[in-house]
Design a protein around this ligand. Sequence first.
Ligand SMILES: [Zn+2]
Length: 380
Amino acid sequence: MRPLVVVLIVLFTSLAFSQNDPGVLEDPSDLPAPVLPVMPAPTVKPLPWQNIPEIKEAVVGQPRIGLYAGWTRLVFDVPKGSTVQVTPEGFGITIGFSGLQVRGGLALKSPPSSLSPEVQGWSLSSGPLGSTATIRTRYPLRAGGGGWKMLHLPAGLDSLNDRLVLDFSEAFANRQTLQAPPLQLFPFPVEVVLDPGHGGKDPGAVGSVMEKEVNLQVTHKVQGLLEAAGATVVLTRLGDTVFSDDKRTDLQHRASLGVSPRKVLVSIHANSLAKQSALAGYGVETWWHPNHPESQHLARTLQSSMLEWTSAFDRKVRTAPFVVIRNSQVPAALIEMGFVSHPVDGENLLSAGYLDRMAYGIALGIQRFVLSQAPVPSTP
Ligand SMILES: [Zn+2]
């Protein structure tokens, strides 16, 4: 890039930042837009529908492949009643097809060029007990099911064969029904502030869901979990309302609730990117500000417990002077639960399983932080 262009970009970026009135900096959407390459339109090739005849021999052939914006689907058609074993590991998964041989030979594989933005390629080979397929992804799969999902569909009305359906996107998080113990009871009185971002005339980000609604929904779940553990929870808004339609007054009011003896203020948001770069934004991030010496610790604790329970993509802990966290007097953090603008992450935010997991991760993170701050009992 020529130096003049670089200087102009730097100048423009710093101007854009300084023009933001710090009194109304609310969440990442108020920061200068990230410089992202304009994404070329993805090659969308829907899954080829073939009237697959019944597979009568013990064989497995090459997968059918569907390419979509933000994700890729592979489908293996196998004889009715087949046993398959799927193992994720690192950059990909291995599938064992017991007792099935590769159709028409000992091995098959995809062409050497990359299959899609998500999948590098696949291969299939026969062994003494059956055959093995390997699918290589272009990103590491995450523990707990992050980065892919699977469906094993039995033969039925719409298919004469069993189908193993595998979907890949780095944005896939765990959407399974939450099974978790209740939080432990707090051993001392605890009061916390939860701030569901936006509300009233301000919807926040709009995409797969309306941000103000999903923020409130998750906040109520977190509230329920913390109250069941004996905490008192103060909300900055109770429904689809705001304290003031003047943004500065409203944000300042929310921040003013973050006072002692309350232990923390946690602001709950969802993210979005402009349409042309929407595929580049997915995952969970937590923001902090040095308003309090323990805010960074709070942000790290929240980020790690959210990832632990959702297997979402990690966009890390970041810092910015958003009003609500900057002006809180107690440790504060602002959470971004995912992108309403991404085709897969947007679906995460529509999933009850994902939202329950997110709420549990937030509540557990708050509890872990509060307990870590408790004074160590002195020994007499
Ligand atoms: Zn927001």
